[in-house]
Design a protein around this ligand. Structure first.
Ligand SMILES: Cc1cc2nc3c(=O)[nH]c(=O)nc-3n(C[C@H](O)[C@H](O)[C@H](O)COP(=O)(O)OP(=O)(O)OC[C@H]3O[C@@H](n4cnc5c(N)ncnc54)[C@H](O)[C@@H]3O)c2cc1C
Length: 265
């Protein structure tokens, strides 16, 4: 049976205190992953700290070429945001392609990033757009945030507060989705940023990664044909009932070309 203390803090400081005082605390955002995990008895926290009452974790703003999205902002809010649509349309489109309407209206960007599911969409956006994850303790660069399958650089008790996305010159995301869950079998976000071209791949490997050979090819010629002959090795890629490693490697190339064509067009 469930046996935990439920907390509904009204501020970030209260949430951090509740977590610090817990023997084995868990944060609750949209609950799309945490609740099924509890139901399956895969986790049994002593305390559940619900972030739903903290106004400062919600909302979207855009200023000086940066879009800031609060951790508790839902995928549906990002998809519908005029500010995101104007500054980074690829990000709004990515959010609108997550799961189904029920998932999008409850799931949050903070929960998605903290969970670091290998097939989740947002990690590709955070990495390709060179975003910065802000927490109640520090700022974490995208390149340092994702550390493995369901693993991140977050420390015990650390709470994501917002994600800062610099506006790219151009960007696009292409996903080959699982028809049942809509998670990415393979998803590729391509972005031309102030710091160069970045290509991030999700779904293919245990964790999101940058396709650096593709980045080099696109740096000189931002066109789908620049990727001719550039492949991603199947070694180390995921192989499961949905797709073999070889098929995923092939899909990375196909999705990357589609994303470049969409961004360039
Ligand atoms: C049927 C289904 C289909 C889905 N399809 C897709 C899809 O196509 N693409 C996709 O990307 N995702 C998909 N998802 C995932 C979903 O969109 C959610 O993003 C994800 O489940 C977690 O977000 P959440 O807000 O529900 O987090 P929760 O389940 O509440 O939390 C997840 C984890 O993150 C931690 N956490 C939450 N918020 C914070 C925070 N602010 N700081 C630190 N830690 C935190 C929690 O403690 C927990 O460990 C799907 C989910 C379902 C159930």
């Amino acid at each position: 049976m469930y046996d935990f203390s439920y907390h509904l803090p009204g501020s970030l400081d209260e949430a951090a205190s509740a977590l610090a005082g817990a023997e084995d605390g868990a944060l609750l955002a949209g609950g799309q992953t945490l609740i099924p995990t509890l139901k399956q008895r895969l986790a049994s926290p002593s305390d559940v700290v619900d972030l739903g009452g903290i106004a400062e974790l919600r909302g979207i703003s855009a200023a000086e070429g940066v879009v800031t999205i609060g951790a508790m902002t839902t995928h549906a809010e990002v998809a519908a945001s005029a500010a995101v649509g104007a500054a980074i349309p690829a990000l709004a489109a990515l959010a609108g392609g997550i799961g189904d309407p029920q998932v999008r209206n409850v799931g949050t960007i903070g929960g998605s990033l903290a969970n670091s599911d290998p097939a989740a969409d947002y990690p590709a956006a955070v990495l390709a757009l060179n975003a910065t994850v802000h927490t109640n303790r520090r700022e974490i660069a995208a390149d340092d945030f994702f550390t493995g399958m369901f693993e991140t650089a977050l420390e015990d008790g650390e709470i994501i507060t917002a994600v800062h996305f610099p506006k790219p010159v151009r960007a696009a995301y292409a996903k080959f989705r699982n028809p049942a869950s809509r998670y990415a079998v393979v998803g590729v976000m391509v972005a031309e940023t102030g710091g160069g071209v970045r290509v991030a791949v999700t779904g293919a490997a245990p964790s999101v990664f940058r396709a650096t050979e593709m980045e080099r090819a696109l740096a000189g010629d931002f066109s789908a044909s620049a990727l001719d002959g550039v492949t991603v090795p199947a070694d180390g890629l995921n192989s499961d009932i949905h797709a073999s490693a070889d098929y995923r490697a092939h899909l990375v190339g196909v999705m990357a070309r589609r994303a470049v064509a969409a961004a360039a067009g």
